[in-house]
Design a protein around this ligand. Structure first.
Ligand SMILES: [Zn+2]
Length: 271
């Protein structure tokens, strides 16, 4: 019997395994060829490695602030990441940057506090980063890449132990935007806008003022003298004005979510 060429076989195997992720909040369905558990395991190992290699901050106030804000956001995303083992780390690094990884690993560079000072503003950044994780943007990015590589390149892709296409640490690091280039785009325009929207709803549900998301964008623009794309946390696509306009569009809905969650929590909640 004539076997189809290897890339096709892999694609067929991957197709059988291909799952569909449903993005929380927006409900969008996205292809997934990668093994969820494998991505989490590798992400946790990558975060541990970063903790070993990078200098932790000693700023007690900022460490406490990130913990306080992170825990509140983690609560509202519980059902989107029920197995997360949350960890919030401030790294001593002047870059304006923050990231979140599968498994509930969140890193913030001390430079970020130049543009996110209040709890609401820090919540805006953290919620955006966590939205990338709950939306499984890294899984989607890897899957798109695997689909292209599998069709285009003979024998490049192997299968991992789970039967899903094997992914390397380098691929995963690049998908997170943790590669060499500072300011390298982590995600495309659509995914950034989606994370902005989902993050806005998350922060509002956690009781934070969603207007702070706009304040962070504006502070970033001021800090980087009108070239926010130079900051690692910021991406050049979509443009700054487009992100702000989309946030403002979603603001009434976010305020509604905030009011509803406050009502659900009852009057005795301590802010
Ligand atoms: Zn983003």
């Amino acid at each position: 019997m004539n076997l189809p060429p290897r890339p096709l076989l892999v694609l067929l195997a991957a197709g059988l395994l291909a799952g569909c992720n449903q993005v929380p909040v927006t409900g969008r369905r996205a292809m997934s060829l990668v093994d969820d558990k494998e991505v989490t395991k590798m992400s946790v190992a990558m975060f541990d490695d970063m903790k070993r290699r990078q200098r932790p901050s000693r700023d007690k106030d900022r460490i406490a602030q990130l913990q306080r804000v992170g825990e509140r956001i983690a609560k509202v995303v519980f059902w989107d990441m029920p197995d997360a083992d949350w960890e919030f780390v401030v790294f001593d690094n002047p870059q304006i940057n923050a990231f979140a990884m599968a498994g509930g690993k969140v890193g913030v560079y001390s430079g970020l506090f130049k543009v996110a000072k209040t709890d609401d503003q820090v919540a805006a950044v953290i919620a955006h980063e966590i939205a990338h994780v709950t939306a499984k943007h890294v899984h989607e990015k890897l899957s798109q890449q695997l689909a292209v590589d599998t069709v285009g390149t003979v024998g490049m892709i192997g299968l991992g132990a789970s039967g899903a296409p094997a992914i390397s640490t380098v691929m995963l690091g690049n998908a997170y935007g943790l590669g060499t280039g500072i300011g390298a785009l982590a995600f495309d325009r659509k995914k950034e806008l989606e994370a902005d929207y989902i993050g806005l709803m998350y922060m509002a549900r956690a009781g934070y003022d969603p207007q702070a998301a706009v304040q962070v964008m504006e502070a970033l623009e001021t800090e980087t003298a009108g070239a926010p794309a130079q900051a690692a946390w910021f991406s050049t696509h979509p443009s700054h004005p487009e992100r702000v306009l989309r946030l403002l569009d979603a603001m009434p809905k976010a305020q509604q979510e905030r009011a509803q969650s406050a009502a659900a929590r009852g009057p005795n909640i301590v802010k």
